[in-house]
Design a protein. Structure first.
Length: 737
């Protein structure tokens, strides 16, 4: 189906000039774009519906209504070869036959072998049903007949015998999990029953009073809450079907399959259950299964189920020799694709914003974990709903504007009290922290960890919001707006001399560094990642490396800084360009080609994102999928950007010590707590949330008993996930009261 996908950009893009540099920077060579390392998508939460059009012994034919297309699909079961047709009375091979009716002619084809036959309705006959090689009709007097193609190609007509005296067909005819039987409804003395017609000899078989819930296979007939063996002796009374959840949907072997329950017990998933018609024992056959469930011609059934929409399968259910039922996956059903309204990367996580539930007015953010090269390592999971979004600025296609903070959270602008904006941080769980700005029509400038830069809509307004551990947000700094960038606990702003940049410590409230970037003017735009400072002004742009003290000229234009590289979009060719400057020389390559259609005229488009925290990049492809590309640039050594390790009361299970270390890239970590004498009392391990260590200690030792009050030394060791650079170590103290 053709789907219109709105392209949007997340994150902060520079707004520098377009004049020539005063010194040369390499431009993009005409290389072919990098091949994505993986493709993924924003999947609809509701699993894709499957409509079974035919299900036989060798495979199935199905249709996906959500595709918007009438195209049907075939699946052949691997390793299954049904027997070839052995003649007109070989009913068993009919389990692989498709029937197509056109007027008075029913065309039949054996799917596995391609053998065909044709049945022509005699004059005066009315078509009722077709299954396998057999066709059921009724004549002008209302009497049922079984038709089959003979060896000579002529149609054989066999009148059905054995119906009760005075029986009149009600018009109910049901197919089920059998090619030997058809179920017909008839009325005798005003009472309705369902009986089986044995298609082998056109005789009437067992019957059960009633007309609802008709299911059968070669072994059982079920009508409502009653069941009877197909080989039961005349006069045998039906048995009661044991209670089951949901609707009865098929009979496989000796098992009644049920599912699609409207009401479930607390904590129980929807499921396909199997209830024995002989013992009454009920068990779950397929957990988390619902929707498309029904019988197949070979005596089995089909059902859809799985963990979620990305893990959704058609299961083939077959009978065992003992009459039990077993299920196996035969088809992966792809999830539907939701439009992406926002794209973020941070600390090895892909975050996508949109409405995958198709719920009116409710957008949410979902995440997919990525490996060191950018490949997905898990399924899409819900993070948080995006609420109270501030009105978007004119021309922006990214609404709301989002900024990944590298600690599992992201920030956006929401409407708070008095219709003014708040900077909102959320995403590590479903809670929100707000920092009121007192302004409107602003933008998020940049942010990492606990600090987020806000540029107000009012002239000259610039503020820094602080989202400390366990607290609501607050404005920690208000200043006159200039170019500014935040990395960790440092705010970088232009200095008093040309090309200089000052680092202001947001926790100690002091200037702690001044560097000369070599810029030929006062920077009008700044970005910071690790030791890299990106600046632009007028017709110049460059990256200053604080580790080596050198400036590397880079192409001018809206860009996003990452670790050792920057990314920008050529707005004419729509090429996505990566400039690698980590060696001291800027080289540019094409990493992707974006869709030509771009609805953005403002500063944010949602078409691509970079991972500033030691990661790679992603962009929205023309078909609405997300292309993931390995940056191929060495990352900086693992570093601590900021830490919150202050001790509080306790700690206890209710109020644990929960330190946070914001790192520069993902890592695995070990945290030990030791007595003053050096005895380790507790060891905690884990992996970072994005690039943040979030530990929790309740004051108990490794033996489970509470440690003695006093001061304890903590030691953190973190190993970079990408294997690049040395491990990081940090230490300090905390207290137990």
């Amino acid at each position: 189906m053709s789907r219109s996908v709105r392209s949007r950009r997340l994150g902060v893009l520079a707004a520098g000039g377009m004049l020539a540099l005063s010194y040369a920077a390499q431009t993009a060579p005409a290389y072919a774009a990098d091949e994505p390392v993986a493709m993924t998508q924003f999947s609809l939460v509701k699993p894709t519906e499957v409509k079974y059009l035919w299900a036989g012994a060798s495979g199935l034919r199905y249709w996906l209504p959500q595709s918007g297309s009438s195209q049907t699909h075939w699946v052949d079961y691997e390793g299954v070869t049904p027997p070839a047709h052995a003649g007109p009375d070989d009913l068993a091979s009919g389990a692989d036959v498709l029937s197509t009716r056109s007027g008075d002619v029913v065309a039949q084809e054996h799917h596995a072998t391609g053998v065909t036959a044709e049945v022509t309705l005699p004059a005066g006959h009315t078509y009722l049903a077709a299954v396998g090689w057999s066709v059921l009709t009724k004549d002008a007097a209302g009497a049922p007949h079984v038709l089959r193609a003979g060896a000579d190609g002529a149609t054989r007509d066999i009148a059905v015998t054995g119906l009760p005296t005075g029986a009149e067909l009600t018009g109910t005819v049901s197919t089920g999990g059998s090619v030997r039987y058809l179920a017909v409804g008839y009325r005798v003395d005003g009472k309705v029953s369902i009986g089986l017609v044995d298609l082998a000899d056109a005789t009437s078989g067992v019957s059960i009073p009633g007309s609802d819930g008709v299911l059968f296979n070669d072994r059982w007939l079920v009508v409502g809450d009653s069941a009877l063996r197909t080989d039961a002796a005349p006069g045998t009374a039906p048995v009661a079907v044991a209670p089951h959840l949901g609707d009865a949907l098929a009979v496989v072997g000796d098992q009644l399959l049920s599912g699609n329950a409207l009401v479930l017990p607390a904590g129980q998933n929807p499921a396909v259950e199997a209830t024995s018609l002989t013992t009454g024992v009920r068990r779950t056959l397929i957990d988390n299964a619902y929707g498309s469930i029904g019988p197949s011609l070979d005596g089995g059934a089909l059902a859809t189920g799985g963990a979620d929409s990305d893990d959704w399968y058609v299961h083939r259910i077959t009978a065992t020799a003992s009459g039990d039922a077993t299920a196996a996956r035969v088809l992966h059903v792809p999830a539907g694709r939701a439009p992406i309204d926002g794209l973020l990367l941070a600390g090895g996580e892909l975050l996508m914003q949109g409405n995958p539930t198709n719920t009116g007015g409710v957008n949410s953010v979902y995440s997919i974990p990525l490996d060191r090269d950018g490949r997905p390592t898990g399924r899409q999971t819900f993070r948080v709903a995006v609420r109270d979004v501030s009105p978007c600025l004119s021309g922006d296609a990214a609404c709301p504007q989002l900024e990944a903070l590298g600690d599992g959270r992201f920030a956006y602008l929401a409407t708070g009290a008095g219709a003014t904006e708040v900077v909102r941080a959320t995403g590590s769980d479903t809670s929100y922290a707000d920092a009121p700005t007192g302004d409107t029509q602003g933008r998020i400038g940049t942010g990492t960890g606990r600090f987020v830069l806000y540029n107000g809509g009012s002239a000259g307004v610039q503020k820094v919001a602080d989202f400390a551990r366990g607290a609501d947000g607050a404005i920690t700094l208000s200043r006159t707006r200039t170019a500014a960038a935040i990395w960790g606990q440092l705010l970088w702003t232009p200095g008093s001399t040309q090309g200089s940049v000052v680092g202001y410590h947001l926790k100690t409230k002091k200037n702690v560094a001044t560097v000369d970037t070599g810029a030929p003017c006062t920077p009008s735009e700044l970005q910071a990642v690790n030791t890299w400072l990106y600046w632009s002004c007028g017709g110049s742009a460059g990256v200053y490396d604080r580790a080596t003290g050198r400036t590397v000229p880079v192409p001018v234009g809206p860009a996003r800084l990452a670790d050792g590289y920057l990314v920008r979009e050529d707005r004419t060719s729509h090429a996505l360009l990566l400039t690698d400057f980590h060696t001291g020389t800027a080289t540019t390559r094409t990493v992707g080609v974006l869709p030509a259609v771009d609805r953005n005229t403002g500063g944010h488009t949602g078409r691509w994102a970079v991972d500033r925290f030691g990661g790679n990049l992603a962009y929205l492809a023309a078909d609405g999928q997300v292309a993931l590309v390995t940056a191929g640039v060495p990352t900086s050594p693992l570093a601590q950007m900021e830490a919150q390790t202050e001790a509080g009361p306790g700690p206890t299970a209710i109020s644990p010590w929960q330190p946070v270390w914001q790192l520069s890239k993902p890592a695995t970590w070990t945290l030990t707590l030791s007595t003053g004498g050096g005895t380790v009392v507790r060891t905690l391990t884990g992996a970072t949330t994005a690039a943040a260590v979030r530990a929790s200690w309740n004051g108990a030792g490794d033996n489970g008993r509470r440690v003695a009050p006093g001061t304890y030394t903590w030691r953190l060791t973190a190993e970079p996930r990408d294997g690049q650079g040395a491990a990081l170590s940090a230490s300090g103290t905390t207290t137990v009261s």
